[in-house]
Design a protein around this ligand. Structure first.
Ligand code: ZN
Ligand code: ZN
Length: 717
C-alpha cells in the first residue's frame, strides 16, 4: 500500500511512502516517517499513492488516535483559501513543534519472583523501603528519601530484583475535583434565547447564529447553558475569546457555573499542559477548551459547539506569518463537522451583520436586562469651539469629571494612544524625531523618559539636545497620549486618584488583574486608558465616560475605519452607567455632523450599519465584493521598487477582478524594510484566489524580497 503523507514543513505537496503489511492506516492516521535524515510526524491525507522505485516505508503509526476526516479536509481547505503551504497549516495543528509528547514519570516496584543472594546495606534500604510502602514509588523519591545513588537502583533493575514502570504524569488540569455548581436563574428573555440556540444546535446542519446584546445583557450565561447541554451529550466545545478578554473574571464565572475549570489554551500555558489538552481533544474527551485564536488548530475529534465571543474583534485576524481570520476559519471548521457556531457580540462586524440580513446566519437578540433606561446618553462635544492651547479636555467634560469625582463615583477617559505624546519636535528648527528603521514618529513616554517606536520597539532616551540644530532643551511634545491626559486631569482635580491603563503598564496579566481589583475596590477615581480597557470588564461604580478624540480612529483611508470606530466607541460608551440612573458619555469630535457621530449619539446601531453597508455596496467593497492584499517588501529600496514594477507587467486578466496599486504602503518603512501594496478587488462570485495564483505563478521572487498575501485583509498599513 502506498500513501500520501503531509509533513509539518513549508511544503504544499505531500510525499509518498509505502506501508508495511502489518500496519493499518487510513486518512488522518498520524504516522512517523523518514524525511531527509530526520524522522518526523506527518498525517496520511491520501490512500492512492503511486508506486515509485525506492519508496521508503513509514517508520510506524505515531498515535493511536487519528485526525478526523473533517479535520484533514479543513487543513487542506485553510491552506487553499489563505494561500498558505499545506505543511504550514499542519505545523500549526501540531502546535508549532512536533506532536506534544506527554510527560512521563519513572516508578520503581519490587519484582516478587526475584531473589538476591547477598545484599549490600544500600540495597537493603531500598528493598525494605519498597516492602513497607507496598506500592510502586517514584525513582526520584527513593533516591532523595534514602540518600542512595541512582547506580544502586540501576544495579537492582539490571539484576531483575526491581522493575521499572513508566507512566504518564497525572495531570491536575484534567483530573480536577468537582466543585459546587451555581446555576444561574435566567430571565424570560434569556430563556427564550437559550431555547432558540438549543433547537438550532440539535438541527442536522445547524446554522451559524448571532447572539446579539449589549454588555450586561447576559449573553455569557445563555451560551454557558448551551455549553452545558453540549457536555451532557458528550460533545467537545471550543470557546474563542480575544486574548485581551481572556480574563480572570471570565474564568471565575465559568468555574462558578460549571464547578470545574475549562482547558485554557493560549501563549502562556505550559508545554506540558498543552500536550495534555492536545491529547484530550484528539482522543475525543468531552471538554471545554477556551483560547485565543491558535486554539482553532486543536485536533478536535468530536467538536459539537464553537463559540466566538466578541466576534467583531480585530485580534481574531492573525496578521503576521501565517495570515488567517480565526472567526471565519472556525465557521468553516464547524461546517465541515456539522458543529454549531454561536457568534456573540454587542457590536457585530459588518460581515456578520450582512450575513444575518441575507438570511445566511440566524439572529437572536437579548434586550438589556438592567434596563434603567436605554443605554447612557451620548453627548457630542464640538471640539472646534475648544480653543485652549495644549489642553485636550473640553469644558463640559471637565465639569462632568469634577461632578463625578465630588459624588464619589468613577470616571473613565478613553484615548487610543499610548505614551505621553505622539510626536516630538524641535522648537528651534522643526526637526521631528522619527524611528531610524520605520517611517513612523517616535512616541514620547514620560514614565521611563524614552522615545519609542510602536512598530518595531526601537527606543532611545529622550535627548536634551536637538540632533539636527544642536539647540538645547528645545523639544516640545505635540498631541496627547494617556500620560499627558493624566497630567491634564491632575491639573484641575489635583486630589483625584488616577490610574493609567495601557499595554505599557499592563505587560502581564497579573498587573491587569491587580488594576481591575483596585478599580472594583473603589481605590481609583479616574481611569485613563487605551483600548485595553474597553472590553470585558464591568465596573459597577463607573458613571462617566469621556472619549478624548472620537475622530482618531477615522483617520487613515482604511475601509473599516468607521466600522471599527463605531464598535470601539460603542464598547467604551457601554462601560458607563450600566448600574445606575445617571450614566453619562461625552464624545469629543471635530466632525459632530458626520453620520457616524450622529448614529453614535443616538445609539442607533442598525441605521449606522445600513448607511455603512450602502456605502460599501456602492464601491463593491466587502461584504459585497472580495479583497486580497499583496504586500511586497525588502531592505533594498530601489530593488523593491524595480521588482514591484516588473510585477505589473505580469498581471493576468480575469473578468470580475480588479487590481489596485502598486502604492507605497501607508507605513512605507518598517524594521528597515520598504513596503509596497497591491489590492485585489473581486466580485463576490469570482474569487481573488485564481487571480493571485495565476499571477504569482508567473513571478520569480528573488531571495531578498518577500511577497505576502492577505486574503480578506482587515488592516491596510
Ligand atoms: Zn532643532
Ligand atoms: Zn521603528
Amino acid at each position: 500500500m502506498i500513501v500520501e503523507v503531509l509533513v509539518p514543513l513549508p511544503f504544499d505537496q505531500s510525499f509518498s511512502y509505502s506501508i508495511p503489511a502489518d500496519e493499518i492506516v487510513s486518512i488522518g492516521t498520524i504516522v512517523r516517517v523518514p524525511f531527509g535524515r530526520r524522522s518526523i510526524e506527518g498525517v496520511v491525507i491520501g490512500l492512492e499513492g503511486v508506486e515509485v522505485k525506492g519508496l521508503k516505508p513509514i517508520h510506524g503509526v505515531a498515535h493511536k488516535a487519528a485526525l478526523s476526516k473533517s479535520m484533514v479536509d479543513w487543513i487542506l481547505w485553510v491552506a487553499d483559501y489563505c494561500l498558505i503551504p499545506k505543511g504550514l497549516v499542519l505545523k500549526a495543528v501540531w502546535g508549532g513543534s512536533l506532536i506534544p509528547q506527554v510527560a512521563t514519570q519513572n516508578l520503581i516496584a519490587l519484582n516478587d519472583a526475584a531473589h538476591l543472594e547477598k545484599v549490600t546495606p544500600a540495597q537493603k534500604k531500598i528493598l525494605s523501603y519498597l516492602t513497607v510502602h507496598a506500592k510502586p514509588l517514584l525513582r526520584k523519591k527513593i533516591r532523595e528519601e534514602l540518600g542512595v545513588s541512582d547506580g544502586v537502583i540501576a544495579g537492582l533493575l539490571k539484576k531483575g530484583i526491581l522493575r521499572l514502570i513508566t507512566k504518564p504524569v497525572p495531570d491536575k488540569l484534567l483530573e480536577q475535583p468537582a466543585l459546587p455548581v451555581m446555576l444561574p436563574v435566567l430571565s424570560k428573555e434569556q430563556e427564550v434565547a437559550k431555547q432558540f440556540l438549543l433547537s438550532e444546535m440539535s438541527a442536522e446542519d445547524p446554522c451559524v447564529t448571532l447572539l446579539d446584546g449589549v454588555t450586561g445583557s447576559g449573553k455569557t450565561e445563555v451560551y454557558f447553558d448551551v455549553i452545558d447541554q453540549c457536555l451532557m451529550l458528550n460533545g467537545q466545545v471550543l470557546v474563542m475569546l480575544p486574548e485581551i478578554a481572556l480574563t480572570a473574571q471570565w474564568l471565575q464565572r465559568f468555574q462558578k457555573r460549571f464547578g470545574f475549570k475549562p482547558l485554557l489554551w493560549h501563549s502562556n500555558v505550559s508545554k506540558a499542559q498543552k500536550s495534555h489538552i492536545w491529547q484530550a481533544v484528539l482522543e475525543g474527551w468531552p471538554c471545554v477548551v477556551v483560547g485565543a485564536r491558535s486554539s482553532l488548530f486543536l485536533p478536535f475529534q468530536n467538536l459539537k459547539l464553537a463559540v466566538v465571543d466578541e466576534e467583531h474583534d480585530a485580534s481574531f485576524k492573525q496578521e503576521e506569518g501565517m495570515i488567517y481570520h480565526a472567526r471565519d476559519m472556525a465557521i468553516v471548521r464547524s461546517k465541515l463537522c456539522q458543529a454549531f457556531v454561536i457568534l456573540s457580540t454587542a457590536t457585530p462586524s459588518l460581515e456578520t451583520w450582512s450575513n444575518v440580513q441575507s438570511g445566511r446566519y440566524k439572529h437572536v437578540k437579548l434586550p438589556e436586562r438592567f434596563k434603567v433606561k436605554s443605554g447612557p446618553d451620548i453627548q457630542l462635544v464640538d471640539m472646534r469651539t475648544h480653543d485652549s492651547k495644549q489642553t485636550w479636555i473640553s469644558k463640559p467634560l471637565r465639569d462632568a469629571l469634577r461632578r463625578t469625582f465630588e459624588q464619589g463615583a468613577q470616571s473613565m477617559l478613553y484615548i487610543n494612544r499610548r505614551g505621553y505624546a505622539p510626536v516630538t519636535l524641535c522648537r528651534a528648527c522643526g526637526y521631528r524625531f522619527a524611528c531610524p528603521d520605520c517611517s513612523a514618529w517616535l512616541v514620547r513616554h514620560k514614565f521611563n523618559d524614552t522615545l519609542q517606536c510602536h512598530h518595531c520597539g526601537y527606543h532611545a532616551s529622550a535627548p536634551s539636545v536637538c540632533p539636527s540644530c544642536q539647540t538645547e532643551d528645545a523639544t516640545i511634545s505635540c498631541g496627547p497620549g494617556v500620560e499627558r491626559i493624566e497630567e491634564e486631569v491632575l491639573s484641575f482635580i489635583p486630589d483625584a486618584r488616577v490610574m493609567v491603563l495601557s499595554s505599557d503598564h499592563m505587560a502581564q496579566n497579573t498587573q491587569m488583574q491587580v488594576a481591575i481589583e483596585k478599580i472594583e475596590g473603589g481605590e481609583v477615581d479616574i481611569i485613563i486608558g487605551t483600548q485595553v480597557m474597553a472590553k470585558g470588564h464591568d465596573f459597577k461604580r463607573l458613571t462617566c465616560v469621556g472619549v478624548i478624540d472620537g475622530d482618531l480612529g477615522l483617520m487613515g483611508s482604511d475601509l473599516r475605519a468607521s466600522e471599527r470606530t463605531f464598535q470601539m466607541l460603542t464598547q467604551v460608551a457601554g462601560r458607563s452607567g450600566r448600574h445606575v440612573e445617571q450614566g453619562e458619555v461625552w464624545l469629543q469630535t471635530y466632525q459632530p455632523e458626520s453620520d457616524i457621530m450622529k448614529a453614535l449619539s443616538k445609539g442607533d446601531r442598525d441605521s449606522f450599519f445600513g448607511y455603512e453597508l450602502a456605502l460599501r455596496q456602492e464601491f463593491s467593497w466587502p461584504p459585497f465584493g472580495r479583497l486580497a492584499g499583496v504586500i511586497v517588501s525588502g531592505s533594498d529600496e530601489a530593488r523593491v521598487a524595480a521588482f514591484v514594477k516588473s510585477m505589473c507587467t505580469k498581471v493576468p486578466h480575469l473578468t470580475g477582478v480588479r487590481l489596485l496599486g502598486p502604492a507605497q504602503a501607508p507605513l512605507y518603512k518598517v524594521r528597515r524594510k520598504y513596503r509596497w501594496r497591491f489590492t485585489i478587488l473581486s466580485s463576490k462570485e469570482t474569487s481573488p484566489h485564481a487571480f493571485v495564483n495565476a499571477w504569482l505563478a508567473k513571478i520569480k521572487c528573488p531571495k531578498d524580497i518577500h511577497i505576502q498575501v492577505d486574503i480578506d485583509p482587515i488592516s491596510f498599513y
